[in-house]
Ligand binder design. Structure first.
Ligand code: ACO
Length: 322
């Protein structure tokens, strides 16, 4: 490919106004703040308002990322929305976002890789940019998981929340060692039954509800994430000890800790925001990324690792020099 490198040039985030604490969850199902915090690290989640859709969350985060990049609608030539909770079966939420943000050129499409969607999108955007098809990609992870939860199932409803995070990715010549260094994507469709939604347009003509075998997902998550982090370094002259910041999918504090331990990486290098918004699926990596950039932890020159795993199973990692 060309000498173009893909740079992250803007970040943005949006969480719906309404916060639901663990104490409020305990009024809905037989659970407690103590149980949720101990098993997951989650203290609260944000829930979208009636009439507030995934595209609304995506636009709010996308607008902030564009402002952060100093770009307007005329600069963006590709919109990618990673989501498992689109507004409608079709058209893609990304097309709605494109129109809503006043972007009239280029193209827009959704990526469906559940919790790994943003990391999948990161890799796809990098290839579109380095291949010469796109110059400035607006990549958004946005979800309204509250709409596909079984609110009577305490084993799942306490874990998830709504939100959106976004980045603007720009192609640059002569960027030196800055930008995306490597990405690795994986999937394994044989694990469908461990985490899925029991509905859809073709099978049931309904949206369905999320179903999960949490203990099994946990085990696979730690192994797959540790493996993919090792794999993303293959072919580079770097190793996990060079990482300044890991920005993982925010599913469960215990998964983050166990993965860092398995890789021999200090927990101080792991960005954790799950306590504030629960598992927001494809939105969680950019939400955590935005937090760490905004508060000054991630600085120019840092080696940042993004990683995620989700339903499918799908999983992936990207290595980027900030
Ligand atoms: N409140 C109180 N008790 C509960 C709750 C709850 N919300 N949920 C389950 N329990 C009970 C169970 O019924 C069980 O009771 P029992 O012993 O009387 O049968 C007990 O707690 C233990 O249940 P386990 O399922 O064994 O609990 P575990 O320690 O495995 O924790 C959890 C469950 C938090 C779901 C964990 O397995 C997990 O985090 N798994 C990963 C799932 C995940 O993060 N998925 C996200 C999507 S994939 C991804 O993002 C990586």
């Amino acid at each position: 490919m060309s000498g173009i490198r893909t740079i992250v040039t803007g970040v943005g985030a949006y969480l719906p106004e309404r916060i639901v604490t663990n104490a409020e969850m305990a009024k809905l199902v037989d659970t407690s703040d103590e149980w949720i915090v101990e098993r997951t690290g989650i203290s609260q989640r944000h829930i979208a308002a009636d009439g507030e859709y995934t595209s609304d969350l995506a636009m709010a985060a996308g607008k902030r990322a564009m402002a952060d990049a100093g770009m307007d609608a005329s600069d963006i030539d590709m919109v990618i929305v990673a989501t498992a909770t689109p507004d409608e079966t079709f058209p893609a939420t990304a097309v709605k976002v494109q129109a809503g943000l006043g972007i009239t050129q280029g193209a827009a499409f959704d990526i469906q890789a559940v919790c790994s969607g943003f990391v999948y999108g990161f890799s796809v955007a990098d290839n579109l940019i380095r291949g010469g098809m796109s110059k400035n990609v607006l990549l958004i992870g946005a979800e309204t998981f509250s709409r596909i939860l079984d609110w009577e199932d305490r084993t799942t409803c306490v874990l998830f929340g709504d939100g959106a995070g976004a980045v603007v990715l720009r192609g640059e010549q002569g960027a030196g060692d800055r930008g995306i260094i490597a990405s690795k994507l994986r999937s394994d469709g044989t694990k469908h039954d461990l985490l899925y939604v029991d509905g859809g347009p073709s099978m049931t003509q309904t949206t369905g509800k999320l179903r999960m075998r949490g203990k099994d997902v946990f085990k696979h998550a730690v192994k797959n994430l540790a493996d993919i982090v090792e794999e993303v370094f293959e072919g580079t002259d770097l190793s996990p000890s060079d990482i300044d910041w890991i920005v993982p999918h925010q599913a469960n504090r215990r998964i983050l800790d166990a993965t860092a331990r398995k890789l021999g990486i200090s927990p101080d290098k792991v960005v954790v925001t799950v306590q504030d918004h629960g598992n927001t699926s494809a939105a969680s990596v950019p939400l955590a990324l935005e937090r760490a950039v905004r508060d000054g932890r991630i600085k120019r020159g840092d080696l940042v690792l993004l990683e995620a795993m989700g339903g499918g199973f799908t999983w992936g990692a990207s290595l980027v020099r900030w």
